[in-house]
Design a protein around this ligand. Structure first.
Ligand SMILES: *Cc1c(COP(=O)(O)O)cnc(C)c1O
Length: 400
């Protein structure tokens, strides 16, 4: 049996239609898009077609889309590029405590270069408010960067409202929309977004290809210097097949988006509600409403996320956790700590992220095996009502 893959926030499978579209660009239409001959011109045409597909999906113009090597590069470019292009105006950047490391580590690096960064706290559901953003703006603020939706707990941020605040104060607004593209509707005009990062492999496109939207008229410094590709803004021979892939993938992902999102949300809620019904002492991380349609994140009292992952894997279920070893560090997820979870509870987290191909039967299977796994692990755990320091209140899910 194939694994039940519930780790779509980490990466997704390339869909067959996307692969089909990409294949000829490896062996047949492999020209360098900068070449003058017709093989090169065919490649150029394919790139410009993909640029239109990406632009259409977020309400942008094709000239506002730049292809990159993924979400991390897009985040680095937007933030470093805006910081350096505006450093005569000011040196202050506003972000949140729950951003992806591609944003947080970029900001930390900029701090070493003399920039000042405000890391806004979030509430217990992982939300930052437009009021917090507004209060943090100073006459030195040059950039606000807030993710559209969180990759761990699924929280959707009030991006349109933050965009309005940024616009009113004439501060650039970047959003890491890597988890949001293909999951919720996005419109850079309506949401006043100046820069937006996305990554192909998070919506059934290939890995190593991303895009950055930069609103027309905004100048940011170049990150990758060299040739004149991407209108002189991002050097390097284009990842032709990857670009064709992200174009096709975003087109498919944003087709009938609301319908697909409603179906996924219902499946996600059945998973979460089923877990809460069957397993005592579980908390839901992130809000019940206003979370990504595919994201379920729970903390299970008295046990380690890591051990749940191993047991699930043996049962043929692929999931993820915000606990220690997965992330290669001893600290639990910065996101789970930022929503106020004690270390013990953050260590007991389990993230299951559904995909467009997740079935009801797969959800049933998880609901069947997870309670057994958890009661087995609890029976062996050193943590229990006597040894745990965590209060019952942390595991209260009374409010939706
Ligand atoms: C996956 C992810 C990234 C990084 O994207 P890559 O294409 O893997 O570099 C950045 N931000 C968020 C929110 C992500 O989920």
């Amino acid at each position: 049996m194939n694994a039940i893959y519930l780790d779509n926030a980490a990466t997704t499978a390339v869909s067959p239609a996307v692969l089909q579209e990409m294949l000829p660009f490896f062996t047949e239409h492999y020209g360098n898009p900068s070449s003058v001959h017709s093989t090169g011109r065919d490649a150029r045409k394919a790139i410009e077609n993909a640029r239109r597909q990406v632009a259409a999906a977020i309400g942008a113009n094709p000239q506002e889309i730049y292809f990159t090597a993924g979400g991390s590069e897009s985040d680095n470019w937007a933030i470093k590029g805006a910081a350096y292009a505006n450093r005569k105006k000011g040196n202050h950047i506003i972000t949140t405590a729950i951003e992806h490391h591609a944003v947080l580590h970029t900001c930390a690096w900029l701090e070493k270069q003399g920039f000042e960064v405000t890391y806004l706290p979030v509430d217990r559901n992982g939300r930052v408010t437009p009021e917090q953003i507004e209060a943090a703006i100073t006459d030195k603020t040059i950039l606000i960067t807030v993710m559209t939706a969180n990759n761990e707990i699924g929280t959707i941020e009030p991006i349109a409202e933050i965009g309005r605040v940024a616009r009113e104060h004439k501060v650039l607004f970047h959003t890491d929309a890597v988890q949001a593209v293909g999951a919720i509707p996005l419109d850079v005009q309506a949401m006043n977004i100046d820069m937006l990062s996305m990554s192909g492999h998070k919506f059934h496109g290939p890995k190593g290809i991303g895009a950055l939207y930069v609103r027309r008229g905004i100048r940011i410094d170049t990150l990758i210097h060299g040739g004149a590709q991407e209108r002189g803004q991002r050097a390097g021979t284009e990842n032709l097949a990857g670009i064709v892939g992200i174009g096709k993938a975003i087109e498919i992902a944003t087709e009938n988006l609301e319908e697909k999102a409603a179906k996924l949300s219902a499946m996600r809620d059945r998973l979460i509600d089923g877990i809460l019904e069957r397993i005592p002492d579980v908390r839901v991380n992130g809000p019940r409403d206003g979370r990504l349609p595919n994201n379920a994140n729970i903390s299970v009292r008295y046990i380690e996320g890591e051990s749940m992952l191993l047991k699930l894997d043996l049962a043929g279920i692929a999931a993820s956790s915000g606990s220690a070893c997965t992330s290669g560090s001893l600290d639990p997820s910065h996101v789970l700590l930022a929503i106020g979870l004690p270390h013990e509870v953050a260590h007991g987290s389990l993230r299951m992220t559904l995909g467009s191909d997740t079935t009801d039967a797969e959800i049933d299977k998880v609901l069947e095996v997870l309670p057994e796994i958890i009661s087995g692990l609890r029976a062996m755990s050193v943590l229990n009502r006597e040894t745990s320091t965590v209060t019952d209140e942390v595991f209260y899910n009374g409010t939706k």
